[in-house]
Ligand binder design. Sequence first.
Ligand SMILES: [Zn+2]
Length: 348
Amino acid sequence: MAENKTGLERYIRQTIFKGVGQEGQRKLLAAHALIVGCGALGTAIANLLGRAGVGHITIIDRDFIELNNLQRQTLYDEEDLRQNLPKAVAAANKLRLINSEITVEGLVEDLSYENIERLVGAADIVLDGTDNFETRYLLNDTCVKLGKPWIYSGVIAAYGITSTILPGDTPCFRCLFPDPPPPGTTPTCDTAGIVGPIVGMMGAFAAGEAIKLLTGQGTLNRGLTSIDLWQLNFDRLPVEARQPDCPCCGLREFEFLEAAGERGSRVASLCGRNAIQVTIRPTPNLDLPEFAGRLAAAGAEEMLENEFLLRYRLDGYEWTLFPDARAIIKGTDDPNVAKTLYARYIGV
Ligand SMILES: [Zn+2]
């Protein structure tokens, strides 16, 4: 009954587990985790860390919820979909319902050169819930530069892979994968699909690593671990040493972070979506109601607006425009088409 006076009653099943204990729980409550991307993996991770009592959770995600997300993105429901909520907003709302004693921030943004050092710098640990290599190399550069641990996770089809990266200690992401794969050479959710259970497994794996790391207990995944749920293969690749000539953690040349600082518009294709995201740097602030009027005059239809986004159809494409001038243009996989459309109608 001593627990009743500690304020930790909610976590009693976790604190009587010797690996965590009350001391570990207090460390979790004092910790700040940054979850980058809140799709399938991100929701699985956020759910577990929020319930476990990680005291401050920041979720950054650039996307909104679609019907086909509900199969595996466990923090969302049909009501979120009806409200056209961005994922970061819906995930933060849900976590606050689950645990009102922690601080949760939901940021509807692209992780970029402009915000990444501030966000990573404020966190004790970074968890990868992204679906693309570009963001992972950017994260790796930043985490190595700032000396922050991060947990890489990737999931496709029924397969998952993960590594816990401790800068200056374990191999970094570029030690493991020196260069990004050429575009179009890796399977995507589009071509290979994804089953919910592997997401749950890899999300749980990453959340477990975070809890061990933040409490300073247990054995960390210092190499690459992969799970093939369908064939029932579990592999732990031997821990390799850091590569002395690794551009990132060896030579401390942060090429991806520097390249991300270039001005102008940038495009990214969104995994499994037949959609392209266009962003612009430096980031302007759009007056969405004013843009709604301007776009309606240009022929935009089926306009839908809330405080987070503006959705409409124009030229046969489905557009979603955010206050930071970011647009997701659905109906094309061609970055040049998206850039042209963006320049024509947003043109900032
Ligand atoms: Zn390295």
